[in-house]
Design a protein. Sequence first.
Length: 242
Amino acid sequence: MSVLTLEGVWKNFHGHSVLRGIDLEVRPHEVVSLIGASGSGKSTLLRCVNLLETVDDGAIYLDGEEITDPRVDVDGVRKRLGIVFQAFNLFPHMTVLDNITLAPRQVHGVPKARAEEEAYGLLARFGLAQKANAYPDQLSGGQQQRVAIIRALATQPRLMLLDEVTSALDPELVLEVLGIIRELKESGMTMILTTHEMGFCRDISDTVCFLDGGVLLEKGPPEQIFTEPEHARTREFLRSVL
Ligand code: ADP
Ligand code: MG
C-alpha cells in the first residue's frame, strides 16, 4: 500500500488556483522530489499534506486513511509526519537536547530518560553528540538544520516532508545537510522534498515531479526527467536552473 496518495487535489487562494488537480502516490521508502519555478505550488502541496492548508477539492490519504476528511484527528496525522522547513525553527530558548525530546515527551508520551537516550543516539549518528547542551544560536546554520531534521526524526515519522531545507544556508554548509538526507534515504525513510539543488535531486530521488503553475506536468525517474523530459516547459525550467 502507498504511504501517501493525492487524488485530484485542488487548492485556491482568493479565487486563484495554486494546485490544479494533483495526483501523486508515494510508496514506502520512496524519495519523491518536487521541482518547479518559485510559485509553482511546491510548498502549498506539502502544507496540504501537513493539514496546514485545507484542500478545495480532491483527497489525500496517509496509509490509506483519508486525512482530508473534516473529521480527521489533525494532531494524530501530524504525529505521523516529520516536517522541516527552510527556516530552522528551533526553539531558541531550549538546548538541542530539549528541542529534540520535546515532541517525543509531550506529544508521544515517551519518558524523559528514554527520549534523551534516543536523542543522544540520533545526535551521535549525525555527528552532533557534543552539541546536546548547546543552544541554537551557538550552532552554525548547517548544524541547526541538522538538529531540525533530527528533531523531526525523533518521533519516528512515517513520512518526512522537507521544504527547501538548504535554501537558507551558505553554500559550504549545504553539503552537510544533504548528507543527512542521503543517509535518511539509505535508512529507508519515505520522503517528499522540494529543492533547488538539482544535482542532489537527481542523485537522491526515486521520482521527480515537475510542477508548473499548480499542475503536476510531468513525473518520472530522475534519468528521464533530467535527460529526456517530455514537455517543453520542463526543458525550459531545467535549462534555467542547471
Ligand atoms: P513554491 O513553494 O513552489 O514557490 P508556493 O506553494 O509557496 O510555491 O506558492 C504557490 C502560489 O500560491 C504562489 O502564487 C503564492 O503566492 C500563493 N500562495 C501561497 N500561500 C498563500 C497564502 N497563504 N495566501 C495566498 N496566496 C498564497
Ligand atoms: Mg516553496
